[in-house]
Design a protein around this ligand. Sequence first.
Ligand code: SF4
Length: 218
Amino acid sequence: MIKYKYEFPSSKINWEGKIISIQPRTRVWRYVTDNRTHYHLGYNLFIEGESCYSDKHFTVAISEKQQSKGLFRIGDMLKGTAWTKKYEEREYADFYRAGSLKLLDRENERFEAIPPPWIMIPPPLQTYEERGARMLSKNLWKTKCFQCIWANMANVEIQWDFDKNIKKYRFETFCYGSKSCKYYKMGRPRVVPYKNRDSALDDGYLDELCTEGRDDDE
Ligand code: SF4
């Protein structure tokens, strides 16, 4: 991931490369352990390639409309434009507001990998919305789960002070996949701070609420 200073003026760039993973792009709002709401914004393309920055791996945020039109998938060679982000701590993708997407080559007309992980064209955002997410170990997200359509790196806003509307920001990993996936591990419980209080601990209880609409094997 490319590192910027805390705030950076946004500028338009060109990029080109191969998709090595596609995951939903989300924002999660947390308020102690009373609320964890997941908003589904689009998709993150994890790219191995070139941009005007030297980093070989980077992430580009695209809209749901762009994904449903292009049906992008792992192995696609793509090029396009995008904008650098203003706030490093609020957006995981290196570039967003992608445009002029052009498919240069497609190596996977079909996928034959046996899940898990689920390596295929990701579903519409509504499917993620309906399934709900559980916390996923960050180590698994980086390794076995990285190419799975159900893996997710979320932009998290923690409501730290309601009166002054002060938020804290971080990134967290989640899984929208089957509860019976043999790879699944929650990882450590997550601390949710609030001003002038002991931090609350999200230890999995909210996962049950967020995914209560489906059974273990869905
Ligand atoms: S744990 Fe979740 S993200 Fe990882 S392979 Fe299983 S379903 Fe996919």
